[in-house]
Design a protein around this ligand. Structure first.
Ligand code: PEP
Length: 249
């Protein structure tokens, strides 16, 4: 699908509309002409409409940080796939660890969201990752396998070919601690093997991003690894200069 390095920014709950416009104008000029990367940014919901207008016909795709699985209705505070599509989103981050652990999203809910996104033509970026105690207890593969099995439940091979998976160890998010490129690579291999075993998706057809304190200083080591197809960047994506350095690693 997107075989160039895929570099995605998740702004979380940062930046007002005016800050979004300022940041994206700077980013656009910093990455002008870059065609050997797939670039995506996910600003907060309130900024998506303006961001969509600004990024139209640019080399930066727009993504959302979440969405709900129903089409419309009495779901106060929620946002639908159609709302995201209308403002220009092509991607939606689903099952981010902050959604799972702060807002209590279950694998079942995430699975419904993944299915709705696919049905509507949005590309889901499904986040999976273990907590520190799970890693210390040797449970990494067990946790990831369960999140994949449940998050992708009852999908077809065709569906899975249209999904991006982001491996984001919870202990590495926003903490300054990065998984070593070797550790990340081995979990990425495990994810690619799982997608092959469950859905017959060949290793070179799946896209697996790494996320967790990615910075200009550690991007090269990560991207050198065979099974790392790109990165999902939180904190460092807020600065156009840092994010453009990551993009152009
Ligand atoms: C994220 O939120 O997806 C993330 C990886 O954050 P950070 O880069 O700040 O660790």
């Amino acid at each position: 699908m997107y075989k160039k390095p895929f570099i995605a920014g998740n702004w979380k709950m940062h930046k007002t509309v005016s800050e979004t416009i300022e940041t994206l104008e700077e980013l656009k000029s910093l990455v002008k002409g870059v065609s050997d990367r797939t670039i995506m940014v996910a600003p907060p919901f309130t900024s998506l409409s303006d961001a969509g207008k600004l990024l139209k016909d640019s080399n930066i795709f727009l993504g959302a940080q979440n969405m709900y699985f129903e089409d419309k209705g009495a779901y106060t505070g929620e946002i639908s796939a159609d709302m995201l599509l209308e403002v220009g989103c092509k991607f939606v981050i689903l099952g981010h660890s902050e959604r799972r652990h702060i807002f209590g999203e279950s694998d079942e809910i995430i699975n419904k969201k993944v299915k709705k996104a696919l049905q509507k033509g949005l590309t889901p970026i499904l986040c999976v990752g273990e907590k520190l105690e799970e890693r210390e207890n040797g449970m990494v593969e067990e946790v990831i396998e369960k999140q994949l099995e449940m998050g992708l439940k009852s999908l077809t091979k065709e569906d899975v070919l249209n999904i991006i998976v982001a491996y984001e160890p919870v202990w590495a998010i926003g903490t300054g601690k990065t998984a070593s490129p070797e550790d990340a690579n081995s979990v990425h291999k495990f994810i690619k093997d799982s997608l092959k075993n469950i859905f017959s998706v060949e290793e070179d057809k799946s896209i697996i991003l790494y996320g967790g304190s990615v910075k200009p200083g550690n991007i090269v080591g990560l991207m050198e690894k065979h099974f790392i197809d790109g990165v999902l960047v939180g904190g460092a994506s807020l600065s156009p200069v840092d994010f453009s350095k990551i993009i152009k690693f």
